[in-house]
Write a protein that binds this ligand. Structure first.
Ligand code: NAD
Length: 480
């Protein structure tokens, strides 16, 4: 049976509708390159209505108690879990990742939403002892206002869930500019909130021209905070626009994940876990391990094990049973990766790819190991954001740390070692917002998630993510 077309509308003022001018953008299946639907393209009048609707929604949402807000968020999370299989299939059709990975993403998103709903109930006010008798100093945390959230296509639901969860939990309304490449699964996420009783305008959903929407919304007086996930150049541009308006931002940007594999590491575990972390979502993950720095004594033994893992990947449409790696999201990404690998090859790199056949439709790109890298290669300096591994060797740990910290990126870094002292040393020395040792399980809703340097600022996990959506206010009263 032919699959249904995926047509996605805007949600403005609590109403699902087409764009005023009727404009749409095609949505492609990355496994076949066929058009599988259309998404509404908002124009300026839609954006103005979105801002006004969000202002009205904010007044209703902020006036509810944290307990009532938690009720809506918990219900939305429950609906998301109930619908995970259906929404997972929609995500795979437009984004490409295997359905099993899409379903995991959705289940994690439900946890994130529930966590932030709960955390909102713990957003306590404080009393600061005054220096003068009869004076009471109350410190209030209140929602910052309407948040404009810009999210990318690699985790169409989870990237939104983190922003939506933290903002809604703090009592803010949110205008989501979701990804045009993968619009239908985000809309299903938002539908869960509508069906859970979210007041009209507390969540708004728009699509269109990303630059036009961000310029319009960031400058709009209704919008009080900006949250963006995506590439570093775009993040810097949006942070500058927000700075000109004196609006706070949370920025979750690119990475170039170094992995240091020490001579005492468990190489079987390292090979298996790194293959899992590298090739999930076809490597289109901001925290993906990318620069493998191998101690010279174990390099060939590790690579043999790692290549066996890579050769076992089953590449194909994410809708097919047993497939472990799908296509890239778009032709644009295939072109970008092809250019990076070609540049490395021309500059003397050695390439290795498994024999696994690739489908001859859509936007597939093979897992690729690049060895003998030099600093002149673009790959050594630019985030590949795909199934590419750079392999290099070291003898002294200090050299590995220097290479790991060389780039302006500072998102996630990984270490494999059995030595607790090395673990502690590298935990301190690596310039990354997140360091994981012997595993890749970062991203729990209750733990910080964010980067340093050019990888951005602010966090998208834990209580600080919620607090970043509040303002602190002092009310000092002398009782007469
Ligand atoms: P891109 O830089 O054009 O876009 C990245 C994201 O930013 C997209 O979702 C896009 O819609 C959005 N965007 C672009 N310009 C914008 C603007 N002016 N205002 C608001 N949003 C805007 O690149 P791309 O080809 O989609 O992806 C490639 C690069 O993006 C990758 O190399 C990677 O560095 C980065 N990326 C990072 C993440 C992440 O999780 N940190 C996710 C997706 C993409």
């Amino acid at each position: 049976m032919a699959e249904k077309l995926l047509n996605t509308q805007l949600l403005i003022g609590g109403v699902w509708r087409d764009a005023t001018g009727g404009r749409t953008i095609d949505v492609l299946d990355p496994a076949t390159a066929e058009v599988i639907g259309h998404v509404a393209h908002a124009d300026k009048s839609d954006l103005e209505q979105a801002a006004l609707g969000a202002a009205a929604g904010f007044e209703v949402w902020r006036s509810m108690s944290a307990w009532e807000r938690f009720g809506v968020m918990r219900k939305a999370a429950a609906l998301l879990r109930e619908r995970a299989q259906d929404i997972g299939r929609i995500m795979t059709r437009e984004q490409g990742k295997p359905v099993a990975q899409a379903v995991i993403e959705i289940m994690v998103a439900a946890d994130v939403i529930e966590y932030f709903g709960e955390e909102g109930r713990r957003l306590n006010d404080e009393l600061v002892p005054a220096r003068v008798r009869d004076v009471e100093q109350r410190v209030l945390r209140r929602p910052v206002g309407v948040v404009a959230a810009f999210t990318p296509w690699n985790f169409p639901i989870n990237q939104i869930a983190r922003k939506l969860g933290a903002a809604l939990g703090a009592g803010c309304a949110v205008i989501v500019k979701a990804p045009e490449d993968t619009p239908a699964s985000p809309a299903e996420l938002i539908r869960c909130f509508c069906d859970a009783g979210m007041p009209a305008g507390a969540v708004t959903l728009v699509y269109g021209n990303p630059a036009e929407i961000s310029e319009y919304l960031i400058a709009h007086p209704v919008v009080r905070k900006i949250s963006f996930t995506g590439s570093t150049p775009v993040g810097k541009h949006l942070a500058a626009l927000a700075g000109a308006q004196m609006k706070p931002v949370t920025m979750e940007l690119g990475g170039h994940g170094p992995v240091i594999i020490c001579p005492d590491a468990d190489l079987d575990a390292a090979a298996e876990r790194l293959a899992g972390a590298k090739f999930r979502n076809a490597g289109q993950v901001c925290i993906a391990p990318t620069r493998f720095l191998l101690h010279r004594d174990i390099a060939s033994s590790f690579l043999e094990k790692f290549k066996a893992q890579v050769s076992a990947l089953k590449i194909g449409s994410g809708l097919q049973e047993g497939v472990t790696m799908g296509p890239l999201v778009s032709e644009r990404r295939v072109k970008a990766l092809t250019e990076l690998v070609e540049d490395a090859r021309e500059k003397g790199a050695e390439l290795w790819q498994p024999d696994t056949p690739l489908p001859n439709t859509g936007f597939f790109f093979p897992p690729t190991l690049v060895s003998k890298p030099t600093l002149a290669m673009r790959l050594m300096n630019e985030e590949p954001f795909g199934p590419i591994v750079i392999v290099d060797e070291f003898t002294e740990l200090a050299d590995a740390v220097r290479e790991a910290n060389r780039l302006p990126y500072g998102l996630a870094a990984y270490v494999y070692t059995r030595n607790e002292r090395t673990e502690r040393l590298l935990g301190e020395a690596l310039e990354a917002g997140m360091v994981a040792v012997n595993h890749h399980g970062i991203g729990a809703p209750e733990a910080p998630f964010g980067g340093m340097k050019d990888s951005g600022y602010g966090t998208e996990g834990g209580p600080d993510a919620l607090k970043a959506h509040t303002i602190i206010k002092l009310v000092s009263s002398q009782h007469v």
